[in-house]
Design a protein around this ligand. Structure first.
Ligand code: PMP
Length: 305
């Protein structure tokens, strides 16, 4: 990924893609304390726009706050940086990756005495779990790895270190021939996917785990709450067991990368009709209308670059 043309925003400057480098003694590389975001820009009917830029940038700053990192840039500067990266790389639609990390002045567990750095990169990235997955649904495996307990590395931070857990779960599931992993919390209740929130539908009601299950407070998750309300569908946050997913009528994952991806199987047990269900289809269509600028009600969620 590093050997290509383009610009990356690093600590206030747009630098050549190939020169966007850090030192091997960077603190975050050794101890894993960093915060990041995943953001998408869409080629909307009104031109390229970043979806829910304010909320993503706020979450980045909140993740840094939780991890006791003082970000040396304002929310406005970070929003401008993200817009600049999309513009400078002439991207019509893309995925954006802002990252906050700790510098290379000193090692040792205490990061005190190190500078805090920020970068933003962007590149074209299609359907995270495949175009086919968006249409037909994906096959998911309950992970043998437990999702972080809420008092370990802090689950409301999109922390770099939380993703070792996600990587292990995703590798285990994909090595076993599945598309993605579903992680349970330390009490055995459904938490989230390796990089997605989960929703299940039963008898017309939508359920999603409440955040005490250690799931990230997803921005797409929040978008689904708005869509459900618009469609007149009830949505309930509660503890969910894995067998409730087996016997659900429909299930789907959400995330900036994954968008709205139906789940057609969990642990080789077919969910509902074993394909994208009717309510998921409606929610997914409403989601793509919003992100592509076809729903005026949510125009303020799209920041033109
Ligand atoms: N959970 C995890 C672990 C994630 O990595 C993501 C992706 N950021 C999500 C949930 C979904 O969050 P969002 O909708 O804000 O992208």
């Amino acid at each position: 990924m590093s050997d290509r043309d383009g610009k990356i925003w690093m600590d206030g400057q747009l630098v050549d893609w190939r020169d966007a480098k850090i030192h091997v003694l960077s603190h975050t590389l050794h101890y894993g304390c960093g915060a990041f975001e995943g953001v998408r820009a869409y080629n909307t009917v009104n031109g390229t726009a970043i979806f829910r830029l304010r909320e993503h940038t706020e979450r980045l700053l909140n993740s840094a706050k939780i991890l006791r990192m003082k970000v040396p840039f304002s929310i406005e500067q970070l929003e401008d940086a993200q817009k600049a990266v999309v513009r400078e790389n002439k991207l019509e639609s893309c995925y954006l990756r802002p990252l906050v990390w700790i510098g290379d002045q000193k090692l040792g567990v205490s990061p005190k005495g190190n500078t805090i750095h920020v970068m933003v990169a962007a590149w074209a990235w299609g359907a995270y779990l495949g175009e086919e997955g968006l249409k037909r649904g994906i096959r998911v495996k309950t992970s043998s790895y437990t999702r972080h307990h809420v008092n370990i590395t802090m689950t409301q931070a999109k922390a770099v270190s939380n993703y070792t857990n996600s990587i292990l779960a995703n590798m285990e599931a994909t090595d076993d021939g599945y598309d993605e992993a579903l992680l349970l919390d330390s009490s055995g209740f459904v938490s989230e996917g390796a990089g997605e929130n989960i929703f299940v539908i039963k008898n017309g009601v939508i359920y999603t785990p409440d955040l005490s299950a250690g799931a990230l407070n997803g921005i797409t998750r929040n978008t689904i709450f708005h869509i459900a309300k618009d469609l007149g569908l009830e949505i309930v946050q509660k503890r969910i067991t894995r067998d409730e997913v087996y016997i659900a009528d429909e299930a789907f994952f959400t995330g900036t990368a994954a968008e709205v991806t139906p789940i057609r199987e969990l642990d080789r047990i077919e969910i509902g009709i074993g394909s994208r269900g009717p309510i998921t289809t409606k929610i997914q269509a409403a989601f793509f209308d919003i992100v592509n600028g076809r729903n005026a009600k949510y125009a303020e969620w799209l920041s033109k670059v």
